[in-house]
Design a protein. Structure first.
Length: 196
């Protein structure tokens, strides 16, 4: 089977993160507008290459003051580091639908190795809308990836103390990424916006 190239459909691709807050509960946030690509030979998935760019300026937790604090130099410093990137270069197949993807994650200008546990959700031929016209079908594939990172590894180190030696924000952050990828055609359109 020939190698294939896929691009992330940004309207249906997003990252969610979860941090422990005040030692008692979790705060969850998200980042949309993720752009990326996957180059893979289905017969040799271990050689796949994944590229992704996340727009950190759009971080959203549902609370405007907290979102502003996350964008500040205390946390993501989006004025100087507006994007995060991930480049996956090593793939290990765990089962028919599960893969460990290892690559380089860059947050706030700091790059560290990270391994994502990726589950392949399957693929389907679907409509593809451009300028009010269905130009489909286009083949889509779905993936969900999960990892846990230590935010201090990336210089995201603001914190404060609470009662009994606790902290406001946990060190470990759980990250989940949902990817909807679209198969490249021989003449890909410049307008890569689809509608449900």
């Amino acid at each position: 089977m020939a190698a294939t190239s896929w691009f992330f459909e940004p309207g249906h691709t997003g990252a969610q993160f979860k941090a422990r807050h005040m030692m008692v509960t979790y705060v969850r946030g998200q980042i949309k507008n993720i752009h990326g690509s996957i180059d893979v030979d289905p017969d040799k998935p271990e050689n796949a290459r994944i590229e992704a760019t996340l727009d950190a300026t759009g971080v959203y937790t549902g609370e405007p003051n907290r979102d502003a604090h996350l964008r500040s130099a205390d946390f993501f410093d989006v004025e100087h580091h507006p994007t995060w990137t991930f480049t996956g270069t090593r793939v290990a197949q765990v089962s028919a639908t599960e893969f460990d993807v290892t690559g380089e994650l860059t947050i706030r200008g700091t790059t560290r190795p990270v391994t994502l546990a990726v589950t392949y959700l399957g693929q389907w031929d679907t409509p593809w809308w451009e300028n009010g016209q269905n130009l489909g079908p286009r083949r889509r594939a779905g993936f969900v990836a999960a990892t846990r990172i230590n935010r201090h590894d990336f210089g995201v180190s603001w914190n404060d103390l609470v009662d009994r030696g606790g902290v406001v924000v946990s060190d470990m952050i759980d990250v989940t990424v949902d990817v909807e990828a679209v198969l490249e055609t021989t003449k890909p359109s410049n307008d890569r916006i689809s509608r449900e």
